[in-house]
Write a protein that binds this ligand. Structure first.
Ligand SMILES: Cc1ncc(COP(=O)(O)O)c(C=O)c1O
Length: 451
């Protein structure tokens, strides 16, 4: 099985390297009419259905694992992690409780404890795999509210003595808007803190807003520092934010959904200093750890608060197992759950920490190479980050038209973004450990030909 999955992955990689990155234009009607053959009245041979699904995925799909996909943190995936996901589907372990899948639970615990210690978290911290970064961020807000207001769980926000507020920059991930909505805090509970010229949080503005909120009867609850913002890869000044949270008694959450993997790189990890002081961290394995979708992580140093936030008891679930065991369904937002952590475990076991550091450093070097090549070719870089994410433009550029031509000619996949309310610029993020200098040289040459 292992060899078959590996061969299929290798075949796809080599075919893809010479194929399309961006699908031909397709309409929902075309896809729906193609799918009409599946009315499910008669069985279809599995080989036939699989071949058809692969055809659809090849033709109607942005190929995010292509070495010239410079996109939205969707990575190329390691063979070990593909094999892991196949094994999980085969065995289908139920991760809700420890008793039903002791091995899977311990594999996850082991992997998370290792990574948590890299972030400087204590051994007794809580850590769970999530569906992604949005769930990690949601978990952080629910746990912070539960810890600050024990009555929140039973009575909801209406019993709180004052209205909580959350501080973040306009560059923080927009999942917090939905989270403020879903938790009942309301989107207006979010306070947008000003950023400096490098899109990092301005601590003076933060202090001013917190003081003003206190004066006006609001209850500052949480500060979100981002380590690798989605648009521009900015890293907020984590040590300053940690100090501020300590002095103001705020929950310090670090959203390191993408940038967290830098903790494994000796070249980059200093940029994450301050993360060890966080109350909670979001970090996604399905971003820079190069494993397939559906693998986020939530770390929290207050295990008792996590258990209080997500506690549940029913007669139909197995009782808690004696010993140092935390059932996932009583320590996370999820109930029945896939064995998410195996893909990270197997990839770490296969590549080792040094292999991971190499993959991350390689992508960082490719980011630097792209930045320099663009500058030499007359482009203007408009963001500043040590991470491999480059935002750039040039005078008079129509970004939408330029991107359309770039995609049409299959040169690369990139996106456009607006930083700090400015004009649209191009955004290119190295997300594949297979991207090479010659890929980048070719892309920059072809881009200049398009002008
Ligand atoms: C900084 C940051 N936080 C959170 C998220 C949300 O993660 P997910 O899409 O895995 O839910 C993203 C997604 O790109 C992100 O960039």
């Amino acid at each position: 099985m292992l060899e078959q999955v590996r061969c299929a992955a290798v075949r796809l990689e080599s075919e893809m390297a010479n194929g399309r990155i961006v699908p031909a234009k397709v309409t929902p009607e075309e896809i729906r009419s193609h799918l009409a053959r599946y009315d499910f009245t008669e069985p279809v041979a599995l080989e036939e259905a699989c071949a058809d699904v692969e055809w659809m995925l090849r033709n109607w799909h942005v190929q995010v694992t292509h070495p010239r996909y410079f996109g939205l943190f969707n990575p190329s995936v390691t063979h070990a992690s593909i094999i892991a996901d196949t094994l999980v589907a085969m065995y289908n372990p139920q991760l809700a409780s420890w008793r039903t899948s002791p091995a899977a639970n311990e594999i996850e615990r082991h992997t998370l404890a290792w990574l948590g210690s890299k972030f400087g978290f204590p051994a007794d911290a809580s850590a769970t795999f999530t569906t992604g970064g949005a769930e990690g961020n949601l978990s952080a807000v629910v746990v912070a509210l539960t810890r600050a207001y024990p009555e929140y769980g039973e009575h909801g926000l209406r019993r709180l003595p004052s209205t909580p507020a959350i501080y973040l920059t306009g560059e923080a991930h927009h999942s917090f808007n939905k989270i403020a909505h879903m938790t009942g805090l309301g989107r207006r509970a979010l306070r947008t803190v000003v950023t400096d010229s490098n899109l990092r949080m301005d601590v003076e503005d933060l202090a001013r807003q917190v003081a003003e909120d206190r004066k006006n009867g609001f209850a500052p609850l949480m500060l979100v520092g981002t380590a690798g913002t989605t648009a521009a890869g900015a890293i907020d000044p984590l040590p300053d934010l940690a100090r501020f949270c300590r002095s103001e008694n705020l929950w310090f959450h670090v959203d390191a959904a993408w940038g967290g993997a830098a903790i494994l790189s000796p070249e980059l990890r200093d940029h994450l200093v301050g993360i060890e002081a966080a109350d909670s961290i979001t970090c996604d394995a399905h971003k820079w750890f190069s494993v397939p979708m559906g693998a986020g992580m939530f770390f929290c140093r207050h295990a008792e608060a996590v258990a209080a936030a997500f506690h549940a008891e029913t007669s139909y679930m197995p009782g808690k197992t004696d010993g140092p065991v935390r059932d996932p369904y009583t320590n996370s937002t999820q109930w029945s759950r896939r064995f998410i952590g195996l893909k990270l475990f197997l990839a770490l076991a296969h590549h080792g920490e040094s292999g991971y550091a190499q993959m991350i450093d390689h992508q960082t070097h490719m980011g630097n190479f792209l930045r320099n090549s663009l500058e030499c070719a007359g482009w203007r870089i408009v963001n500043s980050t040590p991470l491999p994410l480059v935002c750039f433009t040039r005078d008079g550029l129509d970004t939408a038209a330029f991107l359309a031509a770039l995609h049409e000619r299959q040169i690369a996949w990139m996106s456009e973004v607006r930083l700090n309310g400015g004009p649209q610029v191009l955004r290119a993020c190295i997300t594949s450990f297979r991207t090479t200098e010659s890929d980048i040289e070719w892309v920059v040459e072809e881009m200049n030909r398009l002008l």
